[in-house]
Design a protein. Structure first.
Ligand code: NAG
Ligand code: NAG
Length: 233
Protein backbone atom coordinates (compact mmCIF):
# COMPACT_ATOMS: atom_id res chain seq x y z
CA UNK A 1 0.00 0.00 0.00
CA UNK A 2 1.25 3.39 -0.90
CA UNK A 3 1.17 6.04 1.76
CA UNK A 4 1.88 9.65 1.36
CA UNK A 5 4.14 11.37 3.82
CA UNK A 6 4.23 15.09 4.19
CA UNK A 7 7.75 16.40 4.57
CA UNK A 8 8.18 17.56 8.19
CA UNK A 9 8.45 21.24 7.25
CA UNK A 10 5.19 21.07 5.35
CA UNK A 11 3.44 19.44 8.26
CA UNK A 12 4.77 22.20 10.46
CA UNK A 13 3.50 24.78 8.00
CA UNK A 14 0.07 23.15 7.87
CA UNK A 15 -0.23 23.18 11.64
CA UNK A 16 0.89 26.77 11.86
CA UNK A 17 -1.36 27.92 9.05
CA UNK A 18 -4.32 26.09 10.57
CA UNK A 19 -3.78 27.95 13.79
CA UNK A 20 -3.19 31.28 12.15
CA UNK A 21 -6.23 30.77 9.92
CA UNK A 22 -8.31 30.63 13.06
CA UNK A 23 -6.89 33.90 14.32
CA UNK A 24 -8.71 37.13 13.64
CA UNK A 25 -6.09 38.46 11.21
CA UNK A 26 -6.15 35.61 8.74
CA UNK A 27 -9.89 35.08 8.59
CA UNK A 28 -10.13 37.46 5.65
CA UNK A 29 -8.06 35.24 3.43
CA UNK A 30 -10.29 32.17 3.61
CA UNK A 31 -12.21 32.39 0.42
CA UNK A 32 -14.91 29.99 -0.63
CA UNK A 33 -14.89 30.61 -4.37
CA UNK A 34 -13.64 33.05 -6.98
CA UNK A 35 -15.77 35.46 -8.94
CA UNK A 36 -14.62 35.94 -12.51
CA UNK A 37 -16.21 39.22 -13.48
CA UNK A 38 -16.63 40.33 -17.09
CA UNK A 39 -17.46 43.85 -18.09
CA UNK A 40 -19.25 45.16 -21.16
CA UNK A 41 -17.20 48.29 -21.93
CA UNK A 42 -19.89 50.26 -23.79
CA UNK A 43 -22.11 50.19 -20.72
CA UNK A 44 -19.30 50.92 -18.29
CA UNK A 45 -18.41 53.97 -20.38
CA UNK A 46 -22.00 55.27 -20.39
CA UNK A 47 -21.53 56.17 -16.75
CA UNK A 48 -21.30 59.93 -16.48
CA UNK A 49 -18.42 59.75 -14.03
CA UNK A 50 -16.33 57.69 -16.39
CA UNK A 51 -14.00 59.09 -19.01
CA UNK A 52 -12.95 56.20 -21.21
CA UNK A 53 -10.04 55.68 -23.52
CA UNK A 54 -11.03 55.63 -27.17
CA UNK A 55 -11.92 53.52 -29.01
CA UNK A 56 -14.06 51.60 -26.56
CA UNK A 57 -13.58 47.84 -27.00
CA UNK A 58 -16.51 46.04 -28.60
CA UNK A 59 -16.02 42.87 -26.64
CA UNK A 60 -16.31 41.73 -23.05
CA UNK A 61 -13.18 42.38 -21.00
CA UNK A 62 -12.33 41.25 -17.50
CA UNK A 63 -13.15 43.45 -14.57
CA UNK A 64 -11.38 41.19 -12.14
CA UNK A 65 -10.98 37.92 -10.30
CA UNK A 66 -12.45 38.36 -6.86
CA UNK A 67 -12.24 35.90 -3.98
CA UNK A 68 -15.51 35.73 -2.06
CA UNK A 69 -16.99 34.11 0.99
CA UNK A 70 -19.72 31.48 1.03
CA UNK A 71 -22.46 34.07 0.85
CA UNK A 72 -20.88 35.66 -2.21
CA UNK A 73 -19.42 38.75 -0.55
CA UNK A 74 -16.05 39.58 -2.00
CA UNK A 75 -13.11 39.76 0.39
CA UNK A 76 -10.92 42.83 0.13
CA UNK A 77 -7.53 44.14 1.17
CA UNK A 78 -6.40 40.91 2.85
CA UNK A 79 -2.71 41.77 3.09
CA UNK A 80 -0.05 44.18 1.92
CA UNK A 81 2.41 42.86 -0.63
CA UNK A 82 3.81 45.95 -2.31
CA UNK A 83 4.42 46.34 -6.02
CA UNK A 84 3.69 43.44 -8.39
CA UNK A 85 5.42 45.19 -11.24
CA UNK A 86 7.77 42.32 -12.04
CA UNK A 87 4.96 39.80 -12.31
CA UNK A 88 3.01 42.21 -14.49
CA UNK A 89 5.92 42.61 -16.88
CA UNK A 90 5.84 38.91 -17.56
CA UNK A 91 2.21 38.94 -18.71
CA UNK A 92 1.77 42.53 -19.80
CA UNK A 93 0.75 41.85 -23.40
CA UNK A 94 -1.81 39.20 -22.54
CA UNK A 95 -3.25 41.21 -19.70
CA UNK A 96 -3.52 44.34 -21.83
CA UNK A 97 -5.70 42.38 -24.26
CA UNK A 98 -8.11 40.77 -21.80
CA UNK A 99 -7.98 43.02 -18.74
CA UNK A 100 -7.41 46.61 -19.89
CA UNK A 101 -8.02 49.71 -17.85
CA UNK A 102 -10.89 51.48 -19.59
CA UNK A 103 -10.54 54.78 -17.78
CA UNK A 104 -8.47 57.47 -19.39
CA UNK A 105 -7.20 58.46 -15.94
CA UNK A 106 -5.79 55.06 -15.03
CA UNK A 107 -2.98 53.19 -16.74
CA UNK A 108 -3.22 49.43 -17.10
CA UNK A 109 -0.51 48.94 -14.49
CA UNK A 110 -2.23 51.21 -11.98
CA UNK A 111 -5.47 49.32 -12.53
CA UNK A 112 -3.83 45.90 -12.15
CA UNK A 113 -1.94 46.91 -9.03
CA UNK A 114 -5.15 48.31 -7.55
CA UNK A 115 -7.07 45.12 -8.35
CA UNK A 116 -4.31 43.02 -6.85
CA UNK A 117 -4.15 45.07 -3.65
CA UNK A 118 -7.91 45.08 -3.23
CA UNK A 119 -8.92 41.59 -4.38
CA UNK A 120 -5.87 39.59 -5.43
CA UNK A 121 -4.21 39.63 -2.02
CA UNK A 122 -7.14 37.58 -0.72
CA UNK A 123 -5.99 34.53 -2.73
CA UNK A 124 -2.81 34.39 -0.63
CA UNK A 125 -1.45 32.01 0.46
CA UNK A 126 -3.32 29.52 -1.72
CA UNK A 127 -2.04 31.18 -4.88
CA UNK A 128 0.72 33.63 -5.55
CA UNK A 129 0.53 36.60 -7.87
CA UNK A 130 1.84 34.67 -10.89
CA UNK A 131 -0.78 31.95 -10.45
CA UNK A 132 -3.43 34.60 -10.05
CA UNK A 133 -2.50 36.37 -13.29
CA UNK A 134 -2.10 33.10 -15.21
CA UNK A 135 -5.48 31.96 -14.01
CA UNK A 136 -7.17 35.09 -15.27
CA UNK A 137 -5.54 34.80 -18.66
CA UNK A 138 -6.33 31.13 -19.09
CA UNK A 139 -9.89 31.31 -17.76
CA UNK A 140 -11.05 34.26 -19.79
CA UNK A 141 -9.75 32.64 -22.96
CA UNK A 142 -12.10 29.72 -22.39
CA UNK A 143 -15.31 31.69 -22.75
CA UNK A 144 -16.64 33.91 -25.47
CA UNK A 145 -19.66 35.67 -24.04
CA UNK A 146 -20.14 37.94 -27.02
CA UNK A 147 -20.25 35.04 -29.45
CA UNK A 148 -22.62 33.18 -27.14
CA UNK A 149 -24.99 36.14 -27.14
CA UNK A 150 -24.79 37.10 -30.80
CA UNK A 151 -25.25 33.52 -31.92
CA UNK A 152 -28.54 33.65 -30.02
CA UNK A 153 -29.43 36.83 -31.89
CA UNK A 154 -28.70 39.05 -28.89
CA UNK A 155 -26.72 41.83 -30.50
CA UNK A 156 -25.04 44.84 -28.94
CA UNK A 157 -27.13 47.29 -30.91
CA UNK A 158 -28.98 49.19 -28.21
CA UNK A 159 -32.04 46.95 -28.28
CA UNK A 160 -33.41 45.29 -25.18
CA UNK A 161 -33.73 41.56 -24.73
CA UNK A 162 -35.49 39.31 -22.22
CA UNK A 163 -33.21 38.70 -19.29
CA UNK A 164 -34.00 34.99 -19.23
CA UNK A 165 -32.86 34.62 -22.86
CA UNK A 166 -29.62 36.50 -22.11
CA UNK A 167 -28.90 34.31 -19.12
CA UNK A 168 -29.74 31.13 -20.99
CA UNK A 169 -27.27 32.06 -23.74
CA UNK A 170 -24.50 32.72 -21.21
CA UNK A 171 -25.26 29.57 -19.24
CA UNK A 172 -24.92 27.58 -22.42
CA UNK A 173 -21.43 29.03 -22.89
CA UNK A 174 -20.16 28.62 -19.33
CA UNK A 175 -21.92 25.35 -18.64
CA UNK A 176 -23.42 26.07 -15.26
CA UNK A 177 -26.76 26.95 -13.88
CA UNK A 178 -26.46 30.10 -11.93
CA UNK A 179 -24.72 33.36 -12.83
CA UNK A 180 -25.07 36.97 -11.77
CA UNK A 181 -25.35 40.13 -13.80
CA UNK A 182 -25.07 43.77 -12.87
CA UNK A 183 -26.71 46.66 -14.67
CA UNK A 184 -26.41 50.38 -15.17
CA UNK A 185 -29.47 52.58 -15.10
CA UNK A 186 -29.04 55.10 -17.89
CA UNK A 187 -31.91 57.39 -18.89
CA UNK A 188 -34.36 55.07 -17.15
CA UNK A 189 -33.28 52.01 -19.12
CA UNK A 190 -31.29 49.16 -17.58
CA UNK A 191 -28.13 48.19 -19.47
CA UNK A 192 -26.13 44.98 -19.08
CA UNK A 193 -22.92 45.97 -17.33
CA UNK A 194 -21.23 42.92 -15.83
CA UNK A 195 -21.47 39.16 -15.91
CA UNK A 196 -20.26 37.24 -12.87
CA UNK A 197 -19.32 33.62 -13.16
CA UNK A 198 -18.04 31.64 -10.24
CA UNK A 199 -15.01 29.37 -10.03
CA UNK A 200 -14.00 26.89 -7.37
CA UNK A 201 -11.15 27.66 -4.97
CA UNK A 202 -8.50 26.46 -7.41
CA UNK A 203 -10.06 28.48 -10.21
CA UNK A 204 -10.14 25.52 -12.57
CA UNK A 205 -13.80 24.63 -12.42
CA UNK A 206 -16.87 26.75 -13.09
CA UNK A 207 -19.40 26.39 -10.32
CA UNK A 208 -22.88 27.78 -9.82
CA UNK A 209 -23.04 31.23 -8.26
CA UNK A 210 -24.52 31.27 -4.75
CA UNK A 211 -28.21 32.03 -4.75
CA UNK A 212 -28.48 35.68 -3.91
CA UNK A 213 -31.28 38.20 -3.66
CA UNK A 214 -29.06 41.17 -4.55
CA UNK A 215 -30.22 42.82 -7.73
CA UNK A 216 -26.88 44.48 -8.61
CA UNK A 217 -28.62 47.40 -10.26
CA UNK A 218 -30.80 45.19 -12.47
CA UNK A 219 -33.93 45.57 -10.34
CA UNK A 220 -36.64 43.11 -11.21
CA UNK A 221 -36.43 44.04 -14.84
CA UNK A 222 -37.41 41.37 -17.34
CA UNK A 223 -35.68 43.16 -20.22
CA UNK A 224 -32.14 44.49 -20.37
CA UNK A 225 -30.44 46.65 -22.98
CA UNK A 226 -27.28 45.41 -24.68
CA UNK A 227 -25.62 48.70 -25.48
CA UNK A 228 -24.06 49.55 -28.79
CA UNK A 229 -20.79 51.41 -29.24
CA UNK A 230 -20.89 55.07 -28.29
CA UNK A 231 -24.51 55.09 -27.09
CA UNK A 232 -23.70 58.19 -25.05
CA UNK A 233 -24.20 61.29 -27.14
C1 NAG B 1 -30.81 44.57 -32.95
O1 NAG B 1 -30.66 43.22 -33.36
C2 NAG B 1 -31.83 42.43 -33.11
C3 NAG B 1 -31.47 41.01 -33.45
O2 NAG B 1 -31.00 40.86 -34.75
C4 NAG B 1 -32.98 42.97 -33.93
O3 NAG B 1 -34.14 42.21 -33.67
C5 NAG B 1 -33.22 44.42 -33.54
O4 NAG B 1 -34.24 44.98 -34.35
C6 NAG B 1 -31.94 45.22 -33.70
N1 NAG B 1 -32.15 46.56 -33.15
C7 NAG B 1 -31.74 47.68 -33.75
C8 NAG B 1 -32.00 48.95 -33.01
O5 NAG B 1 -31.19 47.67 -34.84
C1 NAG C 1 -31.95 38.99 1.19
O1 NAG C 1 -31.33 37.94 1.90
C2 NAG C 1 -30.90 38.27 3.19
C3 NAG C 1 -30.14 37.10 3.79
O2 NAG C 1 -30.19 35.97 2.99
C4 NAG C 1 -32.08 38.67 4.05
O3 NAG C 1 -31.66 39.02 5.35
C5 NAG C 1 -32.79 39.84 3.40
O4 NAG C 1 -33.96 40.17 4.12
C6 NAG C 1 -33.16 39.51 1.96
N1 NAG C 1 -33.66 40.73 1.31
C7 NAG C 1 -34.73 40.73 0.51
C8 NAG C 1 -35.09 42.04 -0.09
O5 NAG C 1 -35.36 39.72 0.27
Amino acid sequence: MKTYHYPPFLLFYLVISTFSALGPDASNSLYNHLQLVYLWPSTFCLDRNMVCKKPVAQNFVLHGLWPADRAGNSLVYCSRTGSISRALTKYERQLAACWPSLSRHTTNRQFWQYQWDKHGTCVLPRMNVLHYLQLMISRQGKFNLLRALTSNNIKPNGSSYPRCIIEAAIRQEIGTRNLHMSCLNFRTRLFIKEVYMHLDVSGHKVVSCPISNKTRGCGRSVNLVFSAAASRV
